[in-house]
Design a protein around this ligand. Structure first.
Ligand SMILES: Cc1ncc(COP(=O)(O)O)c(C=O)c1O
Length: 368
């Protein structure tokens, strides 16, 4: 059966003459890497987040890696983060030579702030909260702890462009914010891309040098760095999508509201995403917790509705984490949630009818 409610509709988003025209113009300039489109995007993005700087890089993973590197986090250091994120969060910590120290999450799928202090040791250098699903982590609480223990805060905002707490955008709370422009994200491009935000001039300068081999001019390097430059074509696409980001985000939020209302009478079976006053969630994913998940997935799929799980296996239960000493049972909330979570389609091309159809199907499934 062809899918009637797709998880995402990228062809619809990217199949636009005006986008092709912008990309064609950029191709004509033969400026393919960094350059004016990247600079324009950086200015646009810094404005969006109200941060002093934004730096275009080649992925969200690299944004985290470079933020850690530029802060001097490395071998022998510990970084406190969550086990329920995409593996890239912990992967970037490992890539700088540091050790991820996981703490469990709360009902909102974000770091449980009450568990951070007990996890701090003499080796702790940074806290790396994740704004999972596009819902901001409790940044005021995290910043208080970071200040008390003199720790860096690197926000993994890969899923959360435009999310905010009381009007303050994610990526502007900590020392750095790390965003992904991956095609599946709310602010997406036609390939890999990422952006790092910061208000700290020294972190920005370091990250900027690291992004381009440490080159301070055409001929000389300050130190050895990496190649993590953003392509101009991707920046052109990012600038194009950014014009619609507010509309895209509002539509996702409306869709989430509709689901919430639709699940009101199904509370026994379906737990909708928690909402917190002042927290502006952008719904990169709309995650519910459900009973009989695998059967529900099959039922939805048989009836033309695509779903996903973010993420089925928590990071601490991945093979390389055994060597770090983690095992099943370490993070009960994360592990329980991993067995119950389900991401429903929430993209901005969904029609109200499609959302009603998904709600109806889920109702039918539990009331059969
Ligand atoms: C929470 C989180 N962190 C980091 C990343 C890594 O971003 P990228 O795929 O752009 O490297 C992702 C992207 O999937 C993510 O969802």
């Amino acid at each position: 059966m062809t899918s009637r409610v797709k998880y995402l509709d990228l062809p619809k988003q990217f199949n636009h003459q005006s986008l092709w025209a912008a990309v064609r113009e950029q191709f004509k300039t033969c400026q393919f890497i960094l350059g004016s489109e990247v600079e324009k995007f950086e200015l646009n993005f810094a404005k969006l987040c109200s941060t002093r700087y934004a730096l275009g890089v080649n992925s969200g993973t690299d944004a985290i890696f470079l933020a850690l590197k530029a802060s001097g986090v490395g071998r022998g250091d510990e970084v406190i983060t969550v086990p329920n994120s995409f593996v890239a969060t912990a992967g970037a910590i490992m890539a700088v030579g540091a050790r991820p120290v996981f703490v469990d999450v709360g009902d909102d799928y974000n770091i449980d702030v009450s568990l951070i202090e007990p996890a701090i040791t003499r080796k702790t250098k940074a806290i790396l909260p994740v704004h999972l699903t596009g819902n901001p982590a409790n940044m005021p609480g995290i910043m208080r702890i970071a200040l008390k223990y003199h720790l860096y805060v690197i926000e993994d905002a890969a899923q959360a462009a435009m999310a905010s707490i009381n009007g303050k955008r994610v990526g502007s709370f900590g020392d750095a914010g790390c965003f992904s422009l991956h095609p599946l994200k709310n602010l997406n491009v036609g390939g890999d891309g990422g952006v790092l935000t910061t208000g700290a001039t020294s972190l920005y300068r370091n990250a900027k040098l690291l992004r381009n081999h440490g080159l301070k001019n055409r001929d000389e390097i300050e130190f050895f760095g990496y190649n993590s430059r953003l392509d101009s074509i991707q920046a052109t696409i990012a600038n194009y999508v950014m014009k619609d980001l507010e509309t895209i985000t509002s539509k996702r939020i409306n869709n989430a509201d509709m689901y919430d209302k639709g699940f009101k009478d199904l509370r026994e079976f379906v737990v909708p995403p928690p909402r917190k006053k002042g927290f502006y969630q952008v719904f990169h994913t709309y995650v519910i917790r459900v009973k009989n998940r695998e059967q529900l997935i099959k039922y939805l799929n048989d009836n033309g509705v695509e779903t996903k799980i973010h993420y089925r296996i928590p990071i601490h239960l991945q093979k390389p984490c055994r060597k770090l000493g983690y095992r099943k049972g370490d993070f009960p909330v994360t592990e329980k949630q991993a067995g119950e979570i389900l991401s429903l389609p929430v993209h901005h091309f969904l029609t109200n009818n499609q959302i009603c159809y998904v709600i109806e199907l889920i109702g039918d499934f539990y009331q059969r």
